[in-house]
Write a protein that binds this ligand. Structure first.
Ligand SMILES: Cc1cc2nc3c(=O)[nH]c(=O)nc-3n(C[C@H](O)[C@H](O)[C@H](O)COP(=O)(O)OP(=O)(O)OC[C@H]3O[C@@H](n4cnc5c(N)ncnc54)[C@H](O)[C@@H]3O)c2cc1C
Length: 322
């Protein structure tokens, strides 16, 4: 039940991952009254990442450390963070957004930046959680370079799995694509490229039952044949799981343009098809999802919000004057 209504903000930022924290910092520097609502600790996926080696300016930094630095930096410029879970975002009849939270708050503001990220779909097998970041990965661009000369497995059969398997062969000595069916869903051109790559071997009709390893990393997969039920093992130095990614976009009520994967489509200002609703980072439809792209989007979004609010207020004034 909503018991407190707060009207005093220019913009509500939903999520405090890299995109949300960066938007909060720029909003603070732009003298916007901004509130960032985060359901957990600030940092987003950085908190699930052991080592980051591709964030320019930091040759190597722990995920939690970068999260801490980003949070401190945003706060230094006046970011206000609230710990709460956003349950619903809707545009009211007066054109303002209403952001309702699990703690019964209703924040009203003329603009919202949605930076709620998304979650890689998990296999849900024993060993996956235990070895996450230590042999189990969901991002080839982020983690591929940690596996030079290793034998890797990629799990999945869609575009992401087949394309990333090909990408991983630049580091790995061999890449097995483990797929539970006898054909891929991936586009033909990606399949042809993978089949032509001598470092790739496809393991058809197998599902992963367990990921085995030690504290130092993964050692082998326990597989089951989806046709015969026969069990086998596959020795690997790491496993990359690409069975889907769910953007957290379901919070918005009403139709907002999105792509086939559910990612929000924006214009070059990061504004969605709903005027005043901006999206940045992993929720947004784009070519790649990295920390650098998330903070780039967020920079544009925060600056665009400033301009959007100024233009809206100008229009309102002109409307009142006429
Ligand atoms: C395991 C892993 C390793 C990675 N390694 C790298 C790497 O090395 N280099 C790199 O560049 N990229 C890496 N990435 C990708 C990178 O982490 C993401 O692209 C980046 O974090 C996206 O930032 P974001 O702010 O858009 O989303 P997120 O980081 O996902 O942050 C979203 C935030 O929103 C919050 N949130 C969601 N829903 C709600 C709600 N309803 N109410 C309140 N808060 C909410 C979440 O709790 C979260 O804190 C990795 C990703 C993963 C999964």
């Amino acid at each position: 039940m909503t018991d407190t209504v707060t009207n005093g903000y220019d913009v509500i930022i939903v999520g405090a991952g890299p995109a949300g924290l960066c938007a909060a910092m720029y909003a603070g520097r732009g003298m916007l009254r901004a509130l960032t609502i985060e359901r957990g600790a600030p940092g987003g996926e950085l908190l699930n990442t052991d080592l980051i080696e591709d964030y320019i300016g930091f040759e190597s930094i722990k995920g939690w450390e970068l999260a801490q630095k980003m949070t401190e930096h945003a706060k230094k410029f006046g970011a206000e963070l609230a710990t709460d879970t956003v349950e619903r975002i809707r545009k009211a009849d007066d054109g303002w957004f209403e952001v309702a939270t699990a703690r019964g708050r209703l924040y009203r503001a003329p603009a919202v930046i949605l930076t709620a990220g998304g979650t890689p779909v998990k296999l849900g097998v024993p060993g996956e959680k235990e070895h996450a970041g230590k042999g189990v990965s969901y991002c080839a661009v982020c983690d591929g370079a940690f596996f030079k000369g290793e034998v890797l497995a990629v799990v999945g059969g869609g575009d992401a799995a087949v394309e990333e398997a090909d990408y991983l062969t630049r580091y790995a000595s061999k890449v097995y694509i483990v797929h539970r069916r006898d054909r891929f869903r991936a586009s033909r051109i990606l399949q042809e490229r993978a089949f032509a790559n001598p470092k790739i071997e496809v393991v058809w009709n197998k599902q992963v039952l367990e990921i085995k390893g030690t504290e130092r990393g993964t050692d082998h997969l326990v597989l089951e044949d989806t046709v015969t039920g026969e069990r086998s093992t596959l020795q690997i130095g790491g496993v990359f799981i690409f069975i889907g990614f769910k953007p957290n976009t379901g919070l918005v009520e009403g139709h907002v343009k999105h792509d086939a994967g559910g990612y929000l489509v924006t214009d070059e200002r990061m504004m969605t098809s709903m005027p005043g609703l901006f999206a940045a980072g992993d929720v947004r439809s784009q070519l790649t999802r990295q920390i650098t792209t998330a903070v780039g989007d967020a920079t544009t979004a925060a600056i665009a919000v400033e301009k959007y609010l100024a233009a809206t207020r100008e229009k309102e004034k002109a409307g009142v004057a006429s």
